[in-house]
Design a protein. Structure first.
Length: 301
């Protein structure tokens, strides 16, 4: 029972982040399972089986709040499911540890780009509620993101969300809602691959059940939260999450000392807070100018 409660809390916190920012459920949950001594394949399998339920609940909640572009979901999710199945079935034979620091470096660069773009110069079309991207862009993105997600224990959000936000053509809430909704197909395909490759005997029902219960409970609240955060603030927050997540991977790979690691985190968090402050200030200034404009127009002879 204690295991169920602990992982329910983990699942709730992870889904709050994932539902509001479009990423980090798998990364957070898998990291904890690995710390607990569970092997990578079993950890990723447990998380993806739990995600079948959490992504279904999250997708329904995002749909309820109008955050879903169904064309984007299908064009991204179907190739994502193919990639996830391949990643799950090949995880036992393919190690992603050597590729992790290079991948983290690319994602960190994307995170910096997104943070700066949304905080300093938000995309002019960041409020578009329908994605203009076609299959030529979304199919390879979904295939790669799905493979990374299943073979690395997480990555659907960190790969697909930065790419879509970085293009600056779709509102962050639509990107987050659509990425979360399409992840259901990825979770189902990955789970099938893991069950074929591992069997169900190695999976712990308390771990999976805890992650599932916590995630399902958090899904509606997270979907509501994403509708209340302005696009520049949400984009800046997403950028900070990407930077922190991948900086951690790089620091561990380089085996950096504790003092340097702490100093790096302090600098990253301080820069993140400053960027959010800039985004909020610019948003308030824009709203003030928008409110004052009708008065100025009315005052003209």
């Amino acid at each position: 029972m204690r295991t169920l409660i602990v992982f329910a809390i983990v699942g709730f916190a992870a889904q709050m982040v994932d539902g509001a920012l479009g990423m980090a459920y798998g990364v957070t949950s898998t990291s904890l399972l690995l710390v607990a001594g569970i092997n990578p394949a079993t950890a990723s399998a447990s998380v993806h089986l739990a995600e079948v339920g959490t992504t279904l609940a999250s997708g329904a909640a995002h749909w309820r709040f109008g955050n879903v572009d169904w064309k984007l979901v299908l064009k991204l999710g179907v190739p994502g499911a193919v990639g996830a199945f391949l990643g799950a079935t090949m995880l036992s034979a393919l190690s992603t540890e050597s590729a992790a620091p290079y991948m983290a470096g690319i994602l960190l660069a994307l995170g910096v780009y997104i943070l700066l773009r949304f905080s300093i110069r938000p995309p002019k079309v960041a409020t578009a509620r329908r994605s203009p991207h076609g299959a030529r862009f979304l199919s390879p993105l979904g295939l790669v993101a799905g493979f990374v997600d299943a073979s690395g224990g997480g990555g659907w959000g960190p790969v697909s969300t930065p790419a879509l936000l970085g293009a600056g053509k779709t509102a962050p809430r639509t990107v987050v809602g659509s990425v979360d909704t399409s992840e259901f197909m990825v979770a189902v395909a990955a789970s099938i691959g893991f069950l074929i490759g591992l069997g169900h005997e190695v999976l712990d029902p308390y771990t999976i059940g805890g992650l599932l219960i916590g995630g399902v409970l958090a899904a509606p609240l997270a979907a509501w939260l994403v509708t209340k955060i302005p696009a520049p603030v949400l984009g800046t927050a997403v950028g900070g999450i990407i930077i922190l997540t991948n900086a951690r991977t790089i620091l561990r790979t380089l085996e950096v000392g504790t003092a340097t690691t702490v100093a790096t985190y302090v600098v990253v968090v301080a820069a993140w807070i400053a960027a959010i402050s800039v985004a909020v200030t610019r948003l308030r200034r824009s709203r003030d100018e928008g409110a004052a404009q009708p008065e100025e127009v009315g005052a003209q002879p």
